[in-house]
Design a protein around this ligand. Structure first.
Ligand code: GLN
Length: 242
């Protein structure tokens, strides 16, 4: 079996170790003898066909302003179509915000987003403290751990549901306890760190979705996640949840 993993704007959109999510997905494939190919997709490059999984990292306002034109004009409809047709994806923070309807940054005009997620983001301005710190989220009967640092507050419309419920931290907007979003096979989160190495169940969930979309039902052989679980437990203790 093989998977092609698209990495959108790897140079511009990569904060707080986000690239580690790609390394994690690839390594968890290789440990199972699954051939994983990374396809960087940069500014000016046409939207590729045949992706099995897409990763879109975070970035400061300035970087988001630098990629949004290309996102809408070059990737635009093809990317939106593939996501709507079930392409499995993970988008983190600034990437998440650009898949929503719009992002109102601290300064300057609104950034129109791809409009895939029925959601929008507003930065309340530089005087309001950013959402920074360790985060614990309840997800599918277990927990996700990570680190957040964002000014924008995201609000979900009826068309998408949160990825999880905040137990510690701010999450989407510090008010409604929602963290991230899920719509079709697209998963989004404000959690950096990177997210996946300390949350192997989510990593395998994304891999299983991508493999099943290409090959039908698959059994993912379990891996020895002792290190990953120890890192997860340590993050829970640090956040005061354990
Ligand atoms: N620039 C966005 C914000 O501040 C996203 C930041 C990020 O990706 N960490 O909200």
């Amino acid at each position: 079996m093989e998977l092609t993993i698209g990495y959108l704007y790897p140079v511009e959109m990569n904060l707080y170790g986000d690239r580690g999510n790609i390394l994690c997905l690839v390594q968890r494939c290789r440990w199972r003898g699954i051939d994983a190919r990374i396809l960087p997709i940069g500014i000016g490059e046409a939207w590729p066909a045949g992706l099995d999984l897409l990763f879109f990292g975070g970035g400061p306002d300035a970087q988001q302003k630098g990629v949004v034109g290309d996102l809408l004009e070059v990737k635009g409809d093809s990317l939106h179509r593939d996501l709507a047709e079930g392409l499995v994806a993970l988008a983190i923070c600034g990437g998440f915000q650009l898949l929503c309807r719009y992002y109102r940054p601290a300064e300057g005009p609104d950034l129109p987003g791809l409009g895939f997620f029925d959601a929008w983001t507003v930065h309340p301005g530089a005087k309001v403290p950013r959402c920074i710190g360790n985060v614990v989220v309840e997800w599918e009967g277990t927990t996700l751990v990570g680190f957040e640092n964002h000014g924008g507050r995201t609000y979900l419309g009826p068309g998408c549901r949160p990825l999880g419920r905040v137990l510690r931290g701010h999450g989407n907007n510090g008010a409604d306890k929602g963290e991230g979003a899920v719509q079709a096979n697209v998963h989004a989160s404000y959690l950096h760190g990177p997210l996946l190495p300390k949350n192997p169940r989510l990593a395998d969930h994304l891999l299983r979705l991508a493999l099943e979309r290409r090959y039908g039902p698959v059994e993912l052989p379990p891996l020895d996640d002792a290190l990953e679980s120890a890192a997860h437990q340590s993050a829970l203790r640090r956040a005061g949840v354990r």
